[in-house]
Design a binder for this molecule. Structure first.
Ligand code: BES
Ligand code: ZN
Ligand code: ZN
Length: 489
């Protein structure tokens, strides 16, 4: 869908041209565009304030049918996220106008105080991400995504950054895939179905992929995962994906929480807390989609991903508060609360990848705690790790992709709260305070000497309301971050 174009506006026929404009300075060198912007500003129709827009039809001296000026605000306040959002908004507008193709004029190099490749990357991300719709369940599809979005740049830039469009497209397709999985209703993504959806996409991307069935999971000793799945007729699965890179020496393991619906189990959630609990597999979705994107991006590192997939339901066969189970690692766990199921399935998956693949780095993504949302709100993820370099790398990648992460503490003395009188550890803290921290400390008991970070995405994985480049529902949070991060590890 994405491509560069270099067109002479006087001659090249263009249906719709989007032109971002700053309020305080000219950011385009093209004379025709400069003249149009000047005219708009002169008539006080438009001054380039943020979110302002104005449309010109067939401006004289061009072969363009319509030019849409979009305001960016003051030039020194423009950051990559401003550009991503502007491009996303532009695409949404074109979709509403039932267009097939859009051209977006990139600001000229050095007119905005941003690294040029970063700027065009952000613009292309906005174009691609804004073009994603989730309408699979609508009888009447009101809108169609655009077929093509061109970023207008100088011919030498198009040549220099020629590989960018397909890379950005692969990454954004990963984000879209994760969004689709998260937004999908839980009756269509029972563990076996979700596992098969991942398998099909992974095989198509030529990743090594396999699904463990219940029998194998029992033999392998996934006691914690099976305990969480005990209440549902829809039996759990474990999906393992591998991306292998020739000559790579490092292995990074990714683990993603894949609860296809979290009712809370016997500790049933109150009804309003259950509303969006189809999103409790967002960690698995992000990790799987990132690996699928990596198959195209080809980073020079081995990556293995484990996704424990399960439905947390109450029933006569469900696990009870008070049950003691034996986890994959051998540690016994007392179930203090069946709604703290994420840490149980992650514990097994983390111990499994550590033992089987001996990774140098292990990162898990999980919609783990409501407490993390209380702490950081709905747009920022919590990062928990003792490794300063890893924390820094994650936070930096999150800044770049605007999937914001904030480092949280992991105080060892809080482990006290996870003591059980009867088992090696309890899955439930003894107080209700600091729940995101105790959850992370619980996980830390299942990694030995691997460098490890946990990212709690309970807030940003899902959005009740859409924004400039993401519709309501799954956000695909983490996919772009992981694709950026993997090159730095
Ligand atoms: N899936 C939830 C966490 C969650 C909450 C995700 C809100 C997204 C939005 C998780 O399994 C859970 O229920 N956690 C409990 C833990 C508690 C019982 C210790 C929580 O956060 O209340
Ligand atoms: Zn839960
Ligand atoms: Zn959960």
């Amino acid at each position: 869908m994405l491509a560069f174009a270099s067109v002479d506006l006087k001659e090249g026929m263009i249906e719709t041209l989007i032109v971002p404009v700053c309020s305080d300075k000219a950011i385009h060198t093209d004379r025709t565009i400069a003249a149009i912007v000047k005219k708009a500003k002169k008539f006080k129709e438009f001054c380039g304030e943020k979110d302002e827009e104005v449309v010109f039809y067939k401006p004289i001296g061009t072969a363009v049918n319509r030019v849409i000026l979009l305001g960016l605000g003051k030039s020194d306040a423009v950051d990559p996220e401003t550009l991503r959002a502007m491009a996303g908004k532009a695409v949404k507008k074109c979709i509403r106008m039932k267009l097939d193709v859009v051209h977006l004029m990139a600001p000229a190099e050095q007119k905005i105080q941003l690294d040029y490749p970063l700027m065009i990357e952000a613009l292309m991300e906005g174009l691609s991400l804004g073009n994603h719709l989730f309408d699979k369940y609508l009888q009447e599809k009101k809108h169609k995504p655009l077929k093509k979005a061109y970023l207008l740049v100088e011919a030498d830039a198009a040549k220099k950054y020629g590989r960018l469009p397909s890379r950005i497209e692969a990454i954004c397709a990963g984000t879209a895939l994760a969004r689709d999985w998260v937004s999908m209703p839980p009756n269509d993504k029972r563990p076996d179905q979700f596992a098969n959806l991942i398998l099909a996409k992974a095989r198509k991307a030529k990743l090594t992929a396999r699904i463990m069935q219940e029998k194998e999971m029992r033999q392998e000793g996934f006691g914690a995962l099976l305990a969480v799945g005990a209440g549902s007729q829809n039996r759990p699965r474990m999906v393992v994906l591998e991306y292998k890179s020739k000559g790579a020496v490092k292995t990074v393991a990714l683990v993603g929480k894949g609860v296809t619906f979290d009712s809370g189990g016997i500790n049933l959630k109150p009804s309003t807390s259950m509303d969006d609990m189809k999103m409790d597999m967002s960690g698995a979705a992000a990790v799987a989609a990132a690996l699928i994107a990596m198959a195209t991006l080809k980073p020079k590192v081995h990556v293995v991903a484990a996704m424990p997939i399960v439905e947390n339901m109450p029933s006569g066969s469900a696990s009870r508060p008070g049950d003691i189970i034996k986890s994959y690692s051998g540690k016994s766990i007392e179930i203090g609360n069946t709604d703290a199921e994420g840490r149980l399935i992650l514990a097994d998956a983390m111990a499994f990848v550590s033992r089987k693949y001996k990774p140098q780095i292990l990162i898990d993504l999980a919609t783990l705690t409501g407490a993390c949302v209380v702490a950081l709100g709905e747009k920022i993820a919590g990062v928990f790790t003792d490794d300063d370099d890893l924390a820094e790398a994650i936070v930096t990648s999150g800044k770049k992709t605007h999937e914001r992460c904030w480092r949280m503490p992991l105080p060892p003395d809080y482990k006290e709260q996870l003591k059980s009188d009867f088992a090696d550890i309890s899955n439930m803290g003894s107080t209700r305070w600091g729940g995101a921290i105790t959850a992370a400390l619980f996980l830390s008991e299942f990694v030995k000497d691997t460098r490890w970070a946990h990212i709690d995405i309970a807030g940003p994985a899902y959005a009740k309301k859409g924004n400039a480049y993401c519709p309501a529902g799954g956000t695909g949070f983490g996919v772009r971050l992981l694709c950026d991060l993997i090159n730095k590890l």
